[in-house]
Write a protein that binds this ligand. Structure first.
Ligand SMILES: Nc1ncnc2c1ncn2[C@@H]1O[C@H](COP(=O)(O)OP(=O)(O)OP(=O)(O)O)[C@@H](O)[C@H]1O
Length: 279
């Protein structure tokens, strides 16, 4: 079991800058995926992270989580440079970050209750009764019926799997959650409900949310800020209005393309349409 000695913490739990990525380069063999990338994630925001397929969105997320090595640059989480922290601080940082991987990634041999308890068993020393109570609280927090606790992943719908995986990501009451395409595979109503759940959790728990997404509806519905990955860097960040003004073929195609026109309110498109470009 990994346990942090919380009384020696040097993390800045009140900082506004939850994550700061500076000049980060990531390379696999001779292939550079990220090159001098900068990004800040602020407390309490829902950041939508977008970019063309294969641009490196998951690589950046995995690098922040410490699952990929970077060639150079610095990443600070809660004020601490992740290359300069002790093992104890590393455990503490891991506990502050919840992750929802793209396909839910629940353990198929464990029921929902047991899945949610995996991080609790790994990081906390709690009685089985308390773990059961906490896991059931998380199940209710993400809007699942109480009897979902005893169900196995194969018995759940896609939307329920996402919610159960979110409950597991929230098991340790993290400061930030990373969501990798949370609405992919959900029908439009399920996706909209999931967006609302994320917003609700941010408002009630003060969560910071880093959401990798392709879903324009999510960007409009819940994201406070958008960052676009392109040319191995964050090429633009800001509001939807900032995106609409940004002169890049992919960004323009994404925000003003056919799909965008179906969901974007007319008043958000004061300028004339521009010709679409291939993604
Ligand atoms: N462990 C790895 N080893 C080698 N190459 C990798 C590794 N992980 C990612 N890549 C490469 O890095 C590039 C970026 O991949 P990544 O999965 O981050 O893209 P993405 O922007 O998340 O794409 P998508 O939107 O399709 O999920 C791809 O070319 C991928 O093949």
């Amino acid at each position: 079991m990994k346990r942090a000695k919380r009384n020696h913490s040097t993390l800045d739990l009140t900082t506004d800058e939850i994550i700061s990525v500076r000049d980060v380069t990531v390379q696999f063999g001779s292939k550079k995926v990220l090159d001098g990338l900068n990004l800040d994630i602020h407390r309490g925001e829902i950041l939508g992270f977008i970019g063309p397929s294969g641009a490196g969105k998951s690589v950046l997320m995995r690098t922040i989580l410490g699952l990929n090595k970077k060639v150079s640059g610095h990443i600070k989480i809660l004020g601490q440079d992740i290359d300069e922290i002790s093992d104890n601080e590393k455990v503490e940082i891991d506990m502050r970050m919840g992750v929802l991987f793209q396909h839910g990634a629940l353990f198929s041999a464990l029921n929902v209750l047991e899945n949610i308890q995996v991080p609790m068993r790994e990081y906390l020393d709690l009685s089985p009764k308390l773990m059961d109570e906490l896991a059931r609280l998380k199940i209710s927090l993400v809007g699942l019926e109480a009897d979902t606790a005893e169900k196995y992943p194969s018995e759940l719908s896609g939307g329920m799997i996402k919610r159960a995986a979110l409950a597991r990501a929230l098991a340790l009451d993290p400061h930030i959650v990373f969501l990798d395409e949370p609405t992919s595979g959900l029908d439009p109503i399920g996706a909209a409900d999931f967006d609302l759940l994320i917003e609700d959790l941010r408002d009630t728990m003060g969560l910071t949310v880093y959401m990798v997404t392709h879903d324009l509806d999510s960007l409009y519905a819940v994201c406070d800020r958008i960052a676009v990955l392109g040319h191995k860097k964050v090429m633009v960040e800001g509001t939807i209005e900032d995106m609409l003004k940004f002169d890049d073929p992919w960004v323009q195609s994404y925000f003003r393309g056919k799909r965008a026109r179906q969901i974007v309110p007319h008043k958000r498109h004061p300028e004339p349409e521009i010709k679409e470009t291939a993604e």
